[in-house]
Design a protein around this ligand. Structure first.
Ligand code: MOS
Length: 755
């Protein structure tokens, strides 16, 4: 029996709350984020960014910068433009911040890099450098003159056509049809976007916060035209990522070129306002939803068409229709996704990239259907539950949506809800109760890991995984502890380094499912080595290695036990190591080569051969809208989730809770404001970008439902990093409707929407 099988059966260390193994080091300031790495003799870079959104750079007065003492170099398209290609990794097309030509694609585009002996000198030089442009009028957003839409070609994402939507919609007893909108949103990680590059003997070392060190390595090598083996990427700790540090952007290669030109390591820490345009963000979206239903609330027709804003050269899109088409039983489905090009930087992942905007549209429309039919919205969702994927007809590996709705409704006290809008009040406050469903595909990727056991009984795991603040260090330690039968405190974990065995992108809620399996396989291989050595000599001599197991820090066969440390010594050294790969079902053996090359071999939950794999959840929320001021408060939220095996309930709870709170931000606060005349972000700083604070959040109740899913993967791990935010924006808009009778279909919902 493999360790994975054993784990799948017992799971004693899984499911027990465990504090983060890196927590103490983090809160005492001992951990080293990328820009904290002590790099000898480093000089400093400051980005020159465009102040126009569309046009060409006519002239950069580099002499202005060189007039300042301490300026070492000024990189522009004129002197280095041909030295790096744009990065390839971003699905759907090029990132736009490049120095490859004089073309300006968006406001805040990198058009130069100033290198100086200090950060202050580099910044000063950047501010003094005059830049002349040939400016053209930009298109900022949907509806702007010159913003061009096109249907995105199926490829990475698919459009669906099931049954005959048009006929079913026309014949339906009851119809909902509306347009929904979500705004531009930006990551505001506490740790800024940074890159430090150093060359030594033709090898580049890059310290950069990353959700995919092998991906970054592959990209930088491709951009610079050098061998992958000549690039070493290190990202031990990440101070917030949320998707923003997932894709390689152009800056890394430019800093590498700067370091090569000046012959010294170069460190860049982009400023907070620059982070709005030199990194990625969540695209603005529009949705046209059409729902047709029978009088008793059976969905008969669903059409979801989405539009996503992107840059001129990119086709980036997230296509959340792949999830909205699977939420409810429906015989006639049609989905379409379009991209709209404007003079903006290329967007990218932001937590629950497809589901956060697309489920807002679907789950709000579903509430409108419930109102029209006079059916309770929980009951309407229950009536449309399905055991099979409505798109493919395949079964779900497990689907506990109704269980989540029921558990959440009960905890919330939903039965006491008067469905009449505006009917529930307390003093001057109108009370609204709203709900929504949540779902997120269970994705899993290929990965490898190395486990080393020392004669003193301590183990170490090396894996190029990423802890973006979610608790991956601890998950890895718990997995090794479980497989080796030792205490989690006896496991050291090293991640975020391309010198370690490759792990995939920490995104798409796939990382825990991915890395636990690789670590379990490595422990399995380690056990085999120990067992073979033990079968040759000592108390376990002559036993069948296959029959030996690891438990409580010992190797055992039947009733004979040997301490692990003795087993290590028997292998002939002070330590014993094993490395193993895990290629999930559905991927070809070449997956590991692809991963090493920086590609992403992943099986998405809706693309499996055998079944559709999703985690499910339900949100219940109370809002209070002041009768006179229309101030909106959210005193109470309940979220119920079923996401397979929970490895660490402590950090899982944090992920769910934080996702729900982020959903409050998405519904009521967050929006990157755009000056449409200049296609420029206005509130480009965390000080002006509104997010929920403690005062905006009161009770957050998280219910973690058991979800034994033996099919999704051997350990039953579905991933839960993103589902917490999915649908919360809709639950709040539905609650606002219930409080006020006002249906707001465009986020964020603000006081002025309700006066
Ligand atoms: Mo997450 S947006 O998949 O990094």
């Amino acid at each position: 029996m493999s360790d994975i099988d054993r784990l799948a059966k017992h799971q004693p260390a899984f499911g027990v709350p465990h504090v983060r193994i890196d927590g103490e080091a983090k809160v005492t300031g001992r951990v080293c984020y990328a820009s904290d790495e002590p790099v000898q003799d480093a000089v400093h870079a400051f980005l020159l960014t465009s102040s126009i959104a569309r046009g060409r750079v006519r002239r950069i007065h580099a002499e202005d910068a060189f007039a300042i003492d301490g300026v070492l170099d000024v990189l522009t398209h004129e002197n280095v433009g041909s030295e790096a290609k744009p990065p390839e990794q971003q699905a759907g097309g090029a990132t736009t911040t490049t120095l490859e030509s004089d073309r300006v694609w968006h406001d805040g585009q990198i058009i130069g890099v100033i290198v100086a002996t200090s950060y202050e000198i580099a910044r000063e030089a950047a501010q003094r450098t005059r830049i002349e442009y040939d400016e053209e009028p930009p298109s900022a957003t949907f509806g702007s003159v010159g913003a061009e839409g096109e249907r995105r070609e199926p490829g990475e994402h698919e459009d669906y056509r099931v049954g005959d939507f048009d006929a079913a919609f026309a014949a339906a007893d009851c119809r909902v049809e509306a347009i929904y909108a979500t705004p531009t949103q930006h990551h505001n990680p506490i740790e800024l976007y940074t890159t430090t590059c150093a060359w030594r003997d033709g090898t580049l070392t890059t310290w950069e916060p990353s959700q995919f060190v092998y991906g970054l390595r592959g990209n930088v090598a491709q951009q610079l035209g050098i061998e992958r083996e000549k690039v070493h990427v290190i990202s031990r700790f990440v101070g917030g990522a949320f998707g923003g540090k997932g894709n390689a952007t152009a800056r890394t290669a430019w800093i590498a070129i700067a370091a090569r030109r000046v012959g010294r390591p170069v460190k860049l820490v982009a400023t907070r306002d620059q982070s709005y345009t030199v990194a990625t963000y969540r695209a603005e979206t529009r949705h046209h939803i059409q729902l047709g239903a029978t009088r008793d609330g059976k969905l008969v027709a669903l059409r979801h068409e989405g539009w996503e804003l992107t840059s001129r050269p990119s086709m980036y899109n997230v296509s959340g229709t792949e999830t909205t088409a699977r939420m409810y039983a429906c015989p006639n489905i049609e989905t379409v996704v379009n991209v709209v090009h404007a003079d903006r930087n290329t967007p990218g992942f932001m937590r629950a990239p497809p589901e956060t905007p697309y489920m807002f549209a679907l789950e709000t429309a579903f509430d409108e259907l419930a109102v029209q039919l006079s059916i309770d919205p929980v009951e309407l969702r229950r009536r449309n539950d399905t055991a099979v994927d409505p798109v493919t007809g395949k079964p779900f590996t497990s689907r506990r949506l109704v269980a989540c709705l029921d558990a959440g409704a009960q905890r919330f006290g939903w039965a006491a809800r008067n469905p009449q809008p505006g009917s529930m009040t307390e003093g001057d406050w109108l009370i609204g109760w709203g709900c929504a469903s949540a779902a997120y595909p269970s994705n899993i990727a290929a990965s490898a890991a190395r486990v080393t056991l020392r004669a003193d009984g301590r183990a170490r795991v090396d894996i190029a995984a990423h802890d973006i603040g979610t608790g991956a260090y601890t998950v890895i330690a718990l997995t090794a502890a479980q497989c080796l039968g030792i205490e989690p405190s006896h496991v050291d974990v090293r991640v975020g380094d391309t010198d370690y065995p490759p792990a995939s992108l920490a995104a798409g809620s796939s990382h825990t499912a991915t890395i636990t399996h690789a670590v379990a396989c490595a422990c399995d291989a380690l056990r085999d080595r120990l067992a073979c050595a033990a079968a040759l000599t000592g108390p376990l001599m002559g036993r069948d290695p296959q029959a030996m197991k690891l438990a409580s820090g010992r190797l055992a066969a039947n009733d004979v036990w040997e301490p692990l440390r003795d087993a290590v010594v028997r292998t002939g050294g002070d330590t014993v190591s094993a490395e193993a790969e895990h290629i999930p079902q559905g991927l070809a053996p070449e997956a590991m080569d692809k991963l090493r090359a920086g590609k992403l071999p992943i099986v998405r939950g809706h693309q499996r051969e055998d079944a559709t794999a999703y985690a499910f959840g339900a949100h219940f929320v109370e809002v209070r809208v002041h009768r006179l001021t229309r101030e909106i408060r959210v005193p109470r939220m309940v979220g119920a989730f079923a996401s397979g095996t929970i490895v660490n309930p402590l950090t899982a709870h944090s992920q769910y809770m934080a996702g729900m709170i982020w959903g409050v931000g998405a519904a009521l606060l967050e929006e990157t404001e755009i000056d449409v005349r200049h296609a420029r972000y206005v509130n480009d700083n965390i000080s002006e970008y509104l997010i929920p604070t403690n005062a905006d959040v009161d009770q957050v109740d998280v219910i973690m439902l058991p979800d034994a899913d033996a099919q999704v993967n051997p350990l039953g791990v579905k991933g839960l990093g993103e589902i917490g935010i999915v649908g919360m924006n809709a639950a709040i808009s539905n609650a606002v409707y219930h409080a006020t009778g006002r249906r707001v279909r465009e986020l964020p919902i603000r006081i002025d929407d309700l006066v």
